[in-house]
Write a protein that binds this ligand. Structure first.
Ligand SMILES: CC(C)(COP(=O)(O)OP(=O)(O)OC[C@H]1O[C@@H](n2cnc3c(N)ncnc32)[C@H](O)[C@@H]1OP(=O)(O)O)[C@@H](O)C(=O)NCCC(=O)NCCS
Length: 192
């Protein structure tokens, strides 16, 4: 597990107070991989091919891949608990660019979308990024992922550029890069 992944819960701005965010534990990995499959097969069916969905699930959510990521110290995985149920998750990592955190994954189960949980996970990632001294949170989102682009705009991201990436297997990701500027941790605490 990440060394400084605090066990402290974090409340979002508008999400129900009963929900909380905790670090993903190695014991959660199989469940998260299954949850990712459920969300992805439903959400991306109209956006990318079924073959690309299965390829990307294997590439990004194989339990061995997630476990290896949990051992890194520059990458964090969070789970969203609604009651006792893991209902969503996010991961993010420090990039090679100074001051930059990348939101790599953000998923909320379809039964609980539009209830503020995506914003809650983003707020938690922003907090971690600021503690790490970052000034911006970036992400890549499929150009046809209308719902996610709308959610990201709502939560303060703006499109900065388009990016096409070869991910192997004959597949490409045709994305927008979106960026959210962050206040410094000092400003957040009112120290300056
Ligand atoms: C993107 C996602 C994480 C947002 O989570 P969420 O919990 O719904 O987000 P919030 O409740 O904080 O924000 C809701 C906003 O998201 C957008 N949104 C969410 N569901 C939507 C839907 N069915 N139709 C249109 N917009 C939608 C809207 O902008 C909405 O704001 P509004 O209700 O004021 O119109 C979630 O929709 C999701 O998991 N989508 C599928 C996976 C995905 O695309 N992940 C991002 C990969 S880059």
């Amino acid at each position: 597990m990440n060394a400084d992944n605090s066990q402290q819960a974090c409340s979002g701005e508008s999400a129900p107070a009963s929900a909380k965010i905790l670090p993903v534990d190695p014991h959660d990995v199989e469940f998260i991989a299954g949850l990712a499959g459920e969300i992805w097969r439903r959400h991306y069916a109209d956006i990318i091919s079924a073959a690309q969905i299965e390829y990307m699930l294997k590439q990004r959510y194989d339990p061995r891949v997630i476990r290896a990521e949990l051992r890194r110290h520059d990458l964090w995985w969070d789970k969203l608990l609604v009651g006792d149920a893991i209902t969503g998750f996010a991961s993010y990592f420090l990039t090679a660019q100074p001051g930059e955190m990348k939101l790599d994954k953000l998923y909320v189960h379809q039964d609980h979308q539009r209830e503020g949980y995506g914003g809650m996970l983003i707020a938690h990632a922003c907090k971690r990024a600021r503690v790490q001294g970052c000034s911006r949170l970036t992400l890549a989102v499929n150009k046809n992922n209308r719902i996610a682009i709308s959610a990201y705009r709502k939560h303060g991201f703006q499109v900065s550029e388009a990016a096409m990436k070869d991910i192997g297997g004959g597949f490409v990701m045709d994305d927008y890069i979106m960026v959210k500027a962050l206040e410094s941790a000092d400003e957040e605490r009112g120290d300056r």
